[in-house]
Write a protein that binds this ligand. Structure first.
Ligand code: SAM
Ligand code: NAG
Ligand code: NAG
Ligand code: NAG
Length: 449
């Protein structure tokens, strides 16, 4: 299985094209096709060509570059067999005659003895292979509508949210993308919202192989997973990197909702001790797989398949308790980090920290620095303030002074931002009177685009 990079592609094409001269370079008679018929894309077109002697090419190319004919599997500059000549193919939508070249360019060409005699019109036959997917979609799909917007590639899978009016074109759209995008072998139509517990997409294969196993690279690590069963968002790569930059060798990371390991795996590579947890058995499986394939030092890596609440109440609590008892040691200056990336409900899990440890004798021994990075979705005019109050309300103490940073990670939908709140988790919370630990966090179903 070849390694493919994560790619994000965005394409919004408005169908406002006229059928005048600007539309020479387009297949004709294919509007409304919903199952790909390659033969219908053949078209003979007259192309302006400039014939120049081989030795002049390097001088002529810079002048003509702006007029080059750009198509797929097509070289704008071609040799002529048996002659010491090059043919420079130009875009017929820009150039119909020698005089369509700008006056300045014609003058420059003449300085190299290239003039109207070198200019010819030549018939060429273009086929399905020579049109880009954008051109094909424009020619086939309904006019005056948004066509295919915002599709994303994860490994060999392209996923798109198709608008209802395009449903009938699924086979064609999928096939064209598989054909035209070299690294794409599967196209899926996924629901635009993720509202299930494991945050994976509901997907329907519209073209290519029924194979959801992908490998992507992020922050110098390889991640393999079944994209239909686990959460992965290629738009989070930078945020993962920002957190990784906060980590130093010797630090400890608790990743409460770790997925397949985009924080956890590279953190181990940075020589942090990592406790990674996810409730989804498939995430857990691929997390462990990725730990192996990235050749992690297993002494630094522990994985769990627990509810986040149980992870905090057992694994995290035990570590802090043992630290206070001197059974866990931290290098001088080393910090403990806790990542909580489940934006729809993570703040509710903050309740677990309040009164986490009851044994007051441990209070005096508590001297470690714990930084929590909790993610949430916020809407409104002041998203940062909204996020801050969500954190404070859920943790149940005013920790305003302990907030380190409130950061707008990304825009999720027109009115929704994903926010990260970083704060120091101190003894006043961990050792405060216990009152909410027994309440399990409510599982609201929220929406993550
Ligand atoms: C938004 S994803 C984040 C995954 C990963 N940290 C990342 O950045 O790509 C949230 C993860 O939380 C997991 N999850 C959902 N509910 C959970 C719970 N109650 N306890 C632990 N994990 C949970 C999901 O399976 C999913 O992998
Ligand atoms: C169009 O693409 C095909 C397939 O790669 C290629 O063989 C052909 O030469 C191209 N057409 C032209 C006119 O170059
Ligand atoms: C695919 O797209 C159509 C049209 O928007 C939608 O009705 C259908 O539910 C989608 N399939 C999936 C699996 O989301
Ligand atoms: C990731 O995969 C590529 C290609 O398979 C491989 O060359 C590279 O060594 C891998 N990297 C790690 C960290 O395993």
């Amino acid at each position: 299985m070849g390694m493919t990079l994560v790619r994000s592609l965005f394409l919004i094409i408005h169908q406002k094209m006229s059928t005048s001269s600007s539309a020479i370079l387009t297949p004709v008679g294919v509007r409304g096709m919903n199952v790909l018929d390659r033969a219908k894309f053949l078209r003979n077109i007259k192309i302006p060509v400039l014939k120049v002697a081989d030795e002049k090419l390097s001088k002529i190319t810079p002048i003509c570059k702006q007029y080059f004919l750009k198509l797929e599997n097509f070289k704008p500059v071609q040799s002529v067999s048996g002659e010491k000549l090059k043919c420079i193919h130009m875009n017929p939508e820009k150039i119909g005659a020698w005089t369509d070249l700008s006056e300045i360019d014609r003058k420059s060409l003449k300085e190299h003895s290239v003039n109207e005699d070198n200019f010819i019109m030549k018939d060429i036959e273009l086929s399905y292979e020579n049109w880009s997917y954008g051109t094909i979609f424009k020619a086939v799909l309904p006019e005056n509508e948004d066509i295919v917007s915002g599709f994303t590639q994860v490994g060999h899978i392209i996923h798109l949210n198709l608008k209802d009016h395009l449903l009938q074109y699924r086979p064609l759209i999928g096939q064209v993308l598989v054909n035209k995008i070299k690294s794409c072998r599967t196209v899926v139509n996924k629901s635009s919202t993720i509202d299930n517990t494991y945050r994976n997409f509901n997907m329907e294969v519209i073209a290519g192989e029924e194979n959801f196993l992908v490998t992507v690279k992020e922050n110098l690590c390889n991640f393999t997973f079944d994209f239909s069963k686990v959460y992965w968002n290629s738009r989070l790569g930078q945020e993962h990197e920002r957190i990784l930059n906060f980590l130093k060798p010797g630090d400890v990371l608790f990743d409460v909702f770790c997925g397949v390991g985009p924080f956890a795996i590279p953190a181990v590579k940075k020589k942090c001790k990592v406790y990674a947890n996810d409730l989804n058995p498939d995430s857990f499986k691929w997390l462990n797989h990725n730990a192996k394939t990235n050749k992690l030092n297993m002494a630094l890596f522990k994985s769990y398949n627990l509810d986040g609440k149980d992870f905090i109440l057992t694994v995290f609590k035990e570590y802090i308790t043992n630290y206070c008892l001197g059974k866990e040691k931290l290098e001088k200056g080393a910090k403990i980090h806790v990542t909580m990336n489940l934006p729809a409900i993570a703040v509710e899990f903050l309740k677990c920290y309040k009164g986490l440890i009851e044994d007051e004798e441990l209070l005096e021994k508590f001297d470690c620095e714990i930084i929590v990075y909790v993610y949430c979705f916020a809407a409104g005019t002041d998203v940062l303030a909204v996020a801050k109050s969500m954190v404070i309300d859920n943790i149940g103490c005013d920790i305003s002074d302990n907030i380190i940073d409130i950061f707008d990670v990304r825009n999720v939908s027109p009115k929704k931002e994903m926010i990260r709140v970083g704060f120091k988790l101190g003894k006043e919370v961990i050792f405060s009177a216990k009152d909410c630990v027994s309440e399990p966090p409510k599982k609201k179903l929220c929406v993550d685009n």
